[in-house]
Design a protein around this ligand. Structure first.
Ligand code: THU
Length: 131
């Protein structure tokens, strides 16, 4: 069974693969689909045209949807070496909101362990919704 500890390990491994030659700031992420014993990793992939960069969290969501189609996310792990640990950027929070419940936990880690766990709704109380 995919555990939070495994998700941390998967996200940390993904961080090692980050392509961040411009910022030097490596980010790894893992998302666990609800009801599936699976983990999907992502890392930031930068580009010489800086705006073409994709963040680790969105990369993990794209990975999950590419492999499994539409899925709900049970939890998210993000690994950086920042202190305090980085939270996902606003664009990533909006993308996570598409597949997460407001109560979905976002686990923020450094390379040693998860340092803080916070619900998506605390980070993005009012996601954009198309009505
Ligand atoms: N980055 C992420 O991967 N996730 C975030 O939520 C914020 C920022 C990446 C993008 C860029 O490669 C580097 O961190 C510095 O902004």
């Amino acid at each position: 069974m995919a555990s939070l500890e495994e998700a941390f390990a998967v996200a940390r491994q993904a961080r090692d693969n980050a392509y961040a030659p411009y910022s030097g700031f490596r980010v790894g992420a893992a998302v666990k689909p609800l009801g599936r014993d699976e983990l999907y990793a992502g890392c930031n992939v930068e580009n010489a045209s800086y705006g073409a960069t994709i963040c680790a969290e969105r990369s993990a969501v794209v990975h999950m949807v590419s492999m499994r189609g539409k899925s709900r996310i049970e939890y998210v792990v993000v690994v950086t070496d920042a202190d305090p640990p980085s939270v996902p950027c606003a664009v990533c929070l909006q993308v996570l909101a598409e597949f997460c419940a407001p109560e979905t936990m976002i686990h923020l880690a450094d390379t040693q362990r998860i340092r803080k766990s916070i619900a998506l709704k605390e980070l993005l109380p009012q996601p954009f919704v198309l009505v």
